[in-house]
Write a protein of this length. Sequence first.
Length: 138
Amino acid sequence: MKSLTKHKILNVPKRRMFINITKDVKEVVNESGVREGLVLVNAMHITASVFINDDESGLHSDYEKWLEKLAPEKPHSQYAHNGYEDNADAHMKRQIMGREVVVAITNGELDFGPWEQIFYGEFDGRRPKKYLIKVIGE
């Protein structure tokens, strides 16, 4: 069995962003030489998410609005977690969107459904952030 692990760094200039990382994941799968297997992609920060969905700006705007309704950023005083930080909402948004994804690799390619792409969702950015790509298989 083959395996390859890569840690990637993203510079996230905004507090909240959805960044398409599909190209990076495909490059690591190609580098691994795995033809049949799995790739795990996970956020290495407790205020970030990795998820699969469509790369459509309207959907991303809808996510932003929906998440803000579920876990509003302000007022910061509504959260017990907000002591020296103001990111309790980011922890909750991550919980909703999920930590990681696993995608099948078939014939050396990501085995996606129509329109599926992999995204890094950042909810407390404005600094470099890290995510992991781990490929295993034959």
